[in-house]
Design a protein around this ligand. Structure first.
Ligand code: ZN
Length: 351
């Protein structure tokens, strides 16, 4: 039943997971204000630009070997492309990938985040484990923001179609460990002490996963589901990784292709070349068409996810090309197993 679209019946469970978080989310604003001045939240010059490394960074990879399987599988099996909503509801989810590969320190496109905050627009960020490790403060700021949700996006942006066993588990699960560690560190900070209730509004672990390159196979989908992660694709692609894609073109794609329940993909790691300039063109136009912006978890809770049993960009098979391009190079650029030093510290995921 390759590529068959399914209307999944798990929305009720997804809603049960998402609704309490949404209801408590506003409490996070006080925590964020206590821990960061507005100037620290704002974009900084130069931070958007990725930095190529002459040697791969020797970044600590969390050891996932001792981490137990999630007590419950993800509520949704397969890859979510969009959500079918009840008639009259015009919700849409903006998503921004924060990819980082071993050969670089990726950027943080603060102009995007600043604009979303200024307009009170909700969004979901899919952050790579390596990106979170190299952007701990930014990750904490996004976690503490009631507008935003963080899902994960692989450890080192490896093509999971080329991985198996321990390597596949590490690529999918290691970002959850970094997320949990940064969340814990935030909760232990002095600034957070008076805001324990607000801190509890930050989900203890991520619930959403986006496959690097938008490419997956059955084993990857199974591994994500086994760790309680719902795979999120998209039905509206901005094409923003292309330097030739103008802000006007990105905005027009968003305005023309978004429909109720859509999930829009863009990038906030400095590889979305004109994304920040496109948002002030697209978002007011979408608002004028009656759309409301929500996080992916809120979108899932509002309807029935449209799920496929494979991952793709615009048509089935179109991301398989990465098996023969970047995927093998990236896969071969990492150590095969964590070093013994890493193996001594087996972090655990909060339940
Ligand atoms: Zn990516």
């Amino acid at each position: 039943m390759s590529n068959r679209h399914l209307i999944c019946c798990a929305a009720a469970l997804a809603g049960a997971l998402a609704a309490p978080q949404a209801a408590r989310a506003d409490g996070r604003a006080a925590l964020q204000a206590a821990c960061w001045a507005p100037s620290a939240l704002a974009a900084r010059p130069g931070e958007r630009t990725p930095v190529r490394l002459s040697r791969p960074a020797s970044m600590r990879v969390p050891n996932v070997a001792g981490v137990q399987e999630a007590p419950t599988r993800a509520a949704i099996a397969g890859a979510v492309r969009r959500v079918a909503l009840p008639p009259g509801r015009k919700l849409v989810a903006l998503t921004f990938d924060l990819c980082e590969t071993p050969g670089e320190t990726a950027g943080y496109d603060g102009a995007i985040v600043d604009y979303l905050r200024s307009q009170r627009i909700k969004a979901t960020f899919f952050a790579g484990g390596q990106w979170m490790a190299s952007h701990k403060a930014r990750t904490g700021q996004l976690l503490s923001d009631p507008l935003f949700e963080i899902g994960t996006h692989g450890w080192a942006h490896r093509n999971t179609r080329l991985l198996g066993g321990a390597e596949l588990k590490r690529e999918i699960l290691a970002p959850s460990l970094v997320y949990a560690a940064i969340r814990t560190e935030l909760g232990q900070a002095q600034c957070a002490a008076p805001h324990a209730a607000s801190f509890s509004a930050i989900p203890a672990r991520p619930a959403l996963f986006r496959f690097p390159f938008g490419a997956c196979n059955a084993a990857g989908l199974q591994a994500a589901a086994d760790h309680g992660l719902v795979a999120i694709q998209w039905d509206v692609s901005t094409g923003d990784p292309s330097p030739g894609q103008s802000a006007r073109a990105i905005a027009d794609l968003m305005i023309r292709n978004a429909r109720p329940g859509s999930i829009i993909i863009a990038h906030a790691n400095g590889r979305g070349y004109h994304t920040a300039a496109a948002l002030p063109l697209a978002i007011p136009a979408l608002k004028a068409k009656g759309f409301e912006f929500v996080t992916v978890s809120e979108l899932l809770a509002a309807g029935k996810p449209v799920v496929t049993d494979t991952c793709y960009d615009s048509r089935p098979g179109d991301t398989d090309k990465y098996d023969f391009l970047l995927g093998r190079r990236l896969s071969s650029s990492l150590p095969r197993e964590p070093s013994p030093d890493h193996a001594r510290a087996a972090p655990t995921l909060p339940r």
